[in-house]
Design a protein around this ligand. Structure first.
Ligand code: NAD
Ligand code: UDP
Ligand code: UDP
Length: 356
């Protein structure tokens, strides 16, 4: 705590009730676990731009060096290949804990194709171990060095929700023995551990519950719906709609999420806070937006849905609005083209602007 204030150089975060953001604070040492992943790498960009020193810890399970390569050579940036399931000794002021084999789709949608060299069992265990043992280690680290700890939890803790839209007070409807439970129950345990370290050991903690997020640097073939549809439309393949396509999700652009995570870390509230875009779409509507954005002639192909697929999901973000002064700014029709441009370059290797 003292280390934190000294490094921040701006006195206590609890004074004045004002959220110090953006360029006002510089020179913190920040650990980002999972920082070579999709969300983590965008967060690292913002932290480095703000003047902080960033240590990324990643085992490259789903992350890629390419996502952070532009910081190589910057003395304020360090990349460590490490699995957070093993103990870690570093000295930092803040920990953003994102490490997680994040995409349940790795086993949920396409266990054979996506997993090239690991068995599905390995993935389940890795997800659970990372969420439980990895989170425990990072909390132990936070306790030892007096760092503030932020957990990136997920809307999956609400399961197949019986309350709509979901508020943070809702306890969820989760199948503890289902195919996605290593992910959603793993994150629920991670939330429990986080609150235990907060109450029991006085660790300063923050909990974000992140709703479906998309944007540049998303894994191309991990089977999530936005990345699937965009890659399929670009490759002139049919868009695969699972089930009847009437299930809903609410899609948030990654820059909005990063802003929310930073506000949460810098603010004075533990949470949990829903961070998501309340704009709700059925999968068929999403397919329509992808057609508008990339290829109006793209075909739609229906496929059977996966087990335990939540029927609807939409965040109630009043708490984040009120206490963090945060709300998303980028609607789907604005965010999608930015992702398409990145996907086009990665799939075809060309550097043309998206002209469609
Ligand atoms: P991602 O897969 O791109 O990033 C996760 C990173 O963690 C990867 O770089 C991966 O290599 C790394 N990692 C995995 N296991 C690790 C381990 N044991 N040790 C060290 N590193 C490890 O996923 P993302 O979309 O960027 O997600 C980031 C965080 O946000 C995750 O915790 C995820 O659960 C949460 N989240 C994301 C979404 C979303 O829609 N993207 C939604 C809800 C929650
Ligand atoms: N830990 C870590 N880095 C540290 C301090 C702790 O990785 O700097 C790990 C440690 O190995 C342990 C976990 O965090 O497995 C929990 O630590 P804590 O001190 O809370 O529990 P204890 O070690 O007393 O069981
Ligand atoms: N989905 C789909 N086609 C795809 C991939 C997913 O219709 O190619 C559906 C999936 O069944 C689910 C929704 O899209 O109802 C969101 O799936 P995703 O895996 O992206 O996120 P999550 O289920 O974790 O919210």
């Amino acid at each position: 705590r003292i280390i934190y204030q000294n490094r921040a150089g701006i006195g206590s975060l609890h004074s004045g009730g004002k959220i110090p953001l953006g360029l006002q604070r510089k020179g913190l040492r920040i650990l980002v676990t999972g920082g070579a992943g999709f969300v983590g790498s965008h967060l690292v960009d913002r932290l480095i731009a703000r003047g902080d020193s960033v240590i990324v810890v990643d085992n490259f399970f789903t992350g890629r060096k390419e996502n952070v390569m532009h910081h190589f050579g910057n003395p304020r940036f360090e990349l460590i290949r490490h699995d957070v399931v093993e103990p870690l000794l570093v000295e930092v002021d803040q920990i953003y804990h994102l490490a997680c084999p994040a995409s349940p789709v790795h086993y949920k949608h396409n266990p054979v194709k996506t997993i090239i060299s690991f068995s599905s069992l390995f993935i389940f265990i890795a997800a659970h171990k990372t969420n439980v043992v990895g989170t425990l280690n990072m909390l132990g680290l936070a306790k030892r060095v007096g760092a503030r700890f932020l957990l990136t939890s997920t809307s999956e803790v609400y399961g197949d929700p019986l309350e709509h839209p979901q508020k943070e007070t809702y306890w969820g409807n989760v199948n503890p023995i289902g195919v996605r439970s290593c992910y959603d129950e793993g994150k629920r345990t991670a939330e429990t551990l986080t609150m235990d370290y907060h109450r029991g050991a006085g660790v300063e903690v923050r909990i974000a519950r992140i709703f479906n997020t998309y944007g540049p640097r998303m894994c191309i073939d991990d089977g999530r719906v936005v990345s699937n549809f965009v890659a399929q439309a670009l490759r002139k393949e049919p868009l695969t709609v699972y089930g009847d396509g009437k299930q809903t999700r609410s899609f948030q652009f990654v820059s909005d999420l990063v802003e929310g995570l930073m506000r949460l870390m810098e603010g004075e509230h533990v949470g949990p806070f829903n961070l998501g875009n309340p704009g709700e779409f059925t999968m068929l509507e999403l397919a329509g937006v992808v057609q508008e954005t990339i290829d109006p002639n793209a075909q739609i192909e229906f496929r059977p849905n996966t087990a335990d697929d939540p029927h609807k999901r939409k965040p109630d973000i009043s708490k984040a609005k009120e206490l963090l002064g945060w709300e998303p700014k980028v609607p789907l029709r604005k965010g999608l083209p930015m992702m398409v441009q990145d996907f086009r370059q990665r799939i075809f290797g060309d550097h043309k602007e998206d002209s469609s």
